[in-house]
Design a protein around this ligand. Structure first.
Ligand code: 2DT
Ligand code: MG
Length: 206
């Protein structure tokens, strides 16, 4: 048995990450794969509730303190994520450490400092970046009430994301239709699963 793949979807607000994550999970399930959805921040945990209170402006927190809470929210999920991957379940993940670094750096924190608490987290095998110009994002019903949902910050967040972009990222133009994006994402995901099985890269390991 090969271990499951960690498939990450990142991007700015309104790019359609959650829709695409749900569609990818459903499509892979349909094809007989064992697959689960993870979302960060995970607002269901105790740390997640603190993050939720901050994002909904119910609570004020120092920029560094909230950055560390977002990271801790990933660390607390590690054991369970690793267990699932090892058991052969694919994880489709809606936001991860790139969001952590992009948002905090956009607020003015040092990039290197922002990266350090996430060092050692399990790495994605495949990262999609759903890219949407901020002006387009705004047209999609405007930004909501949560902290960070404003044009100036979103512009800076997108810039940092593009700065963080690695060779292995798959760029998806989020101005395309939902179906067209889904088609591309599913094709790449299936290819990653298939090729990894063939070359033994994902053989069960510790
Ligand atoms: P959602 O709208 O996707 O629930 O995100 N964020 C997210 C951070 O600032 N740091 C992080 O580590 C993560 C995962 C992005 C809520 C907001 O939280 C931001 C938007
Ligand atoms: Mg949001």
């Amino acid at each position: 048995m090969t271990r499951g793949r960690f498939i990450l979807l990142e991007g700015c607000d309104r790019a359609g990450k959650s829709t695409q994550c749900a569609m990818l999970v459903a499509a892979l399930k349909e094809k007989g794969h064992s697959v689960e959805l993870c979302k960060f921040p995970d607002r269901t945990t105790t740390i997640g509730q603190m993050i939720h209170a901050y994002l909904t402006n119910a609570k004020e927190l120092d920029d560094r303190a909230i950055h560390l809470l977002f990271s801790a929210n990933r660390w607390e999920a590690m054991q369970s994520m690793k267990r699932k991957l090892k058991a052969g379940t694919h994880l489709v993940v809606d936001r991860y450490a790139y969001s952590g670094v992009a948002f905090s750096t956009a607020k003015g924190l040092d990039l290197t400092w922002c990266k350090s608490p996430d060092k050692g987290l399990v790495r994605p095998d495949l990262t999609f970046f759903l890219d949407l110009p901020t002006a387009e994002a705004e047209k999609r019903g405007g930004f909501g009430e949560e902290r960070y949902e404003n044009r100036e910050l979103q512009e800076r967040v997108r810039e940092v994301f593009l700065q963080l972009k690695g060779k292995e990222w798959v760029m998806i133009d989020a101005r395309e239709t939902v179906q067209s994006m889904h088609h591309k994402i599913l094709k790449e995901a299936e290819e990653n699963i298939r090729v990894g099985e063939l070359d033994g890269r994902f053989a069960e390991e510790d």
